[in-house]
Ligand binder design. Structure first.
Ligand code: GCU
Length: 618
């Protein structure tokens, strides 16, 4: 009997609202609940050149204690008289492009960790009287403080999730100045914490939009199949504004002949529950429907796919059929320009490589990627493992750290809850077992299920040797998960490639296993004997031995080898080989395929041809 993800009743809208009302990660002024689907609104982009001030001592925030409101950088001060002393001037300061990390835009900022101030001016763009205006940020790594016209809007912590502030009341007709202080310094109590194996790209790394919305508008919505059903839609709509109570909400899916209405309650919530005859989304047929939600004052639409998810023993079921996840891991990096990926073109190029590999699945590691990566994956028919950066040795006993992690998980789910491609929410990666860690992660799993009972929950766990031939996955966190992820580096950190030959794998649960990392390094174009580290031949041999080992694991439901393409890391200095790049990519930063690429591609081609379920095709 398939084990469906938790029953829909678990996510009563009132629970969601309570969670969201407390979700904001920052201890200061928590960011407001997200406005869903920004691209479906009336928007004004603030992308482009922003004036910036590099400020390693936070001079612009602290040094003006004597009259901060007048002289802090957030005040965008100008001398009032010839004698007035103002030691900065945004309008004569250098620019940085937004979206974009600062590290890859200026050589002097490549390793910079500190604060940079951004300033952008704009006129009130509203076209309708009485409408409301929000500023929506795709992400800012790692902490952001935001002001408009010198007034503090709030703060946000977490480098990879969107946040927004209403600015209706602070607006003036012309020359509004938006100032953002971004600070990418790593924190012991941060999420991630001090140590990571990726570049600490700082800045307004994703786009910034102004959203014009009616006084009462559709703030958020969930429109997906009810867990365990192929023909019943379940969801909700959350209205915001003075006339949110007792409103008629219309749901239309024209291509499916769906026209449905519901009425919002006193809090502005309208629950949706209706039959629908839909062609289901899958990697082989990534069907999406134009979905329209409307009230008498607002209208928003979005391309949404519908599919069912469940597990049965060690199988993952997509639309009721076992599916094998032929995956690959990716960082959110455009290696051809050595900076953060952020736009749709970047997503198409990276995911195009994954499709060339024969993948039907991508692990977007180790943090929420930008919305275009997820949308493009869905359009291309790639299932997605989405993840928050609860990575390695997090400060487990710190309540604020949990708030930050839970806030990022909430924002990830709020942003992507209608993306059929997202099949797995991952609450972390390679976190060392302890009582505090188990409690921290268990509560994150509960938070994920409370916010979204329609998807599977996972995490990348460690394994251990029972004896020299037997590897066991029995991390107690696995008990909480729907799907067990496991990272292993047999042949790289753990012996030579031939070590994989005689190994046997065990698991403590009758649950699907996704081998969420495996692999080894090679410098593209470096050739030699298969026993010689860093050659393409070594990596190729490692993948050959790994594939032979993986074929023998009966409870394996998928894999996402580490990693699609080489990526920058401050932990990889080996001159002439790494030069601050992690070389485990199957492609070089320029997109050159290494020999190991074709080993995995060959197996995926075989799996795609066969009945891609447990046992067959391995
Ligand atoms: C770990 C970790 C990755 C890291 C990889 C490596 O498994 O999850 O983030 O990049 O090992 O060492 O290359």
């Amino acid at each position: 009997m398939p084990r469906h993800v938790r029953g829909w009743r678990a996510a009563r809208p009132v629970v969601l609202f309570a969670l969201l009302a407390t979700a904001g990660p920052s201890a200061a002024a928590p960011a407001e609940p997200l406005v869903a689907n920004p691209d479906g609104r009336r928007t004004t982009s603030l992308d482009g050149d922003w004036r910036t001030i590099v400020d390693p001592y936070e001079n612009g925030y602290y040094n003006y204690r004597y009259e901060p409101a007048r002289y802090g950088y957030f005040a965008n001060a100008k001398p009032r008289t010839p004698a007035d002393l103002v030691e900065y001037d945004f309008d004569r300061s250098p620019v940085l492009a937004v979206p974009g990390d600062w590290n890859s835009q200026r050589e002097s900022l490549l390793f910079y960790e500190g604060t940079i101030w951004y300033k952008r001016s704009f006129d009130d763009p509203r076209q309708s009287d009485g409408s409301r205006l929000f500023v929506w940020f795709g992400a800012a790594n790692y902490r952001a403080r935001v002001w408009l016209n010198g007034d503090k809007l709030g703060e946000h912590e977490g480098g990879f999730t969107p946040f927004n502030f209403e600015i209706t009341d602070q607006l003036r007709p012309r020359d509004n100045f938006l100032v953002v202080q971004v600070d990418n310094r790593r924190l012991r109590e941060g999420v991630p914490t001090l140590n990571t194996d990726w570049w600490n790209y700082g800045g307004l790394t994703r786009g910034v939009l102004l959203l014009e919305l009616p006084r009462t508008f559709i703030r958020a919505y969930h429109v997906q199949l009810a867990p365990g059903s192929r023909d019943r839609l379940a969801g909700w709509v959350r209205l915001d504004g003075p006339r949110r109570a007792g409103r008629t909400v219309r749901l239309e899916i024209p291509a499916a002949g769906v026209r449905h209405t519901a009425t919002s309650d006193s809090g502005g919530f309208a629950e949706l529950s209706l039959d629908a005859d839909l062609e289901l989304w899958s990697p082989d047929s990534p069907r999406r429907y134009r979905v329209v939600l409307a009230t008498e004052t607002d209208r928003v639409e979005e391309e949404i796919g519908f599919r069912t998810l469940a597990t049965r023993g060690s199988r993952i079921l997509l639309n009721g059929e076992p599916v094998f996840l032929r995956g690959i891991s990716l960082h959110e990096e455009a290696p051809w320009r050595a900076g953060r990926a952020h736009g749709r073109d970047d997503a198409r190029r990276l995911l195009g490589w994954a499709r060339e590999l024969g993948a039907n699945f991508v692990r977007l590691a180790h943090y929420p990627h930008n919305r275009f990566m997820v949308d493009e994956a869905e359009r291309l028919g790639l299932m997605v493992w989405a993840e928050i950066p609860v990575y390695w040795t997090i400060d487990w006993a710190n309540p604020r750290t949990w708030e930050v992690a839970a806030g990022q998980l909430t924002e990830l789910i709020e942003r992507d809850r209608n993306r059929a491609a997202v099949v797995l929410w991952s609450v972390g990666n390679e976190t060392p077992p302890s009582a505090e860690r188990l409690d921290f992660m268990r509560r994150l799993v509960e938070r994920a299920r409370a916010l979204d009972p329609t998807r599977l929950v996972t995490a990348a766990l460690e394994r251990r040797y029972l004896d020299e031939r037997t590897l066991l996955i029995d991390d107690p966190l696995g008990e909480q998960l729907d799907v067990v992820g496991c990272n292993e580096y047999v042949g790289w950190y753990d012996g030579q490639p031939a070590k994989a030959d005689g190994l046997v794998w065990r698991t403590a649960w009758d649950k699907p296993l996704v081998m969420s990392e495996l692999g080894g390094g090679a410098l593209a174009g470096l050739h030699g004997e298969a026993g010689e580290r860093w050659t393409e031949e070594y990596q190729e041999e490692l993948y050959r031995r790994q594939v032979a080992m993986l074929r023998k694991i009966p409870f394996l439901a998928g894999l996402s080898p580490w990693i699609l393409v080489d990526f920058r890391s401050p932990r990889r200095p080996l001159p002439g080989i790494q030069d601050y790049w992690n070389r485990k990519g199957l492609l070089s930063p320029e997109g050159r395929k290494k020999k190991a690429f074709f080993v995995l591609q060959s197996w995926y081609s075989e799996l795609a041809g066969g009945a891609a379920t447990g046992g067959e095709g391995r």
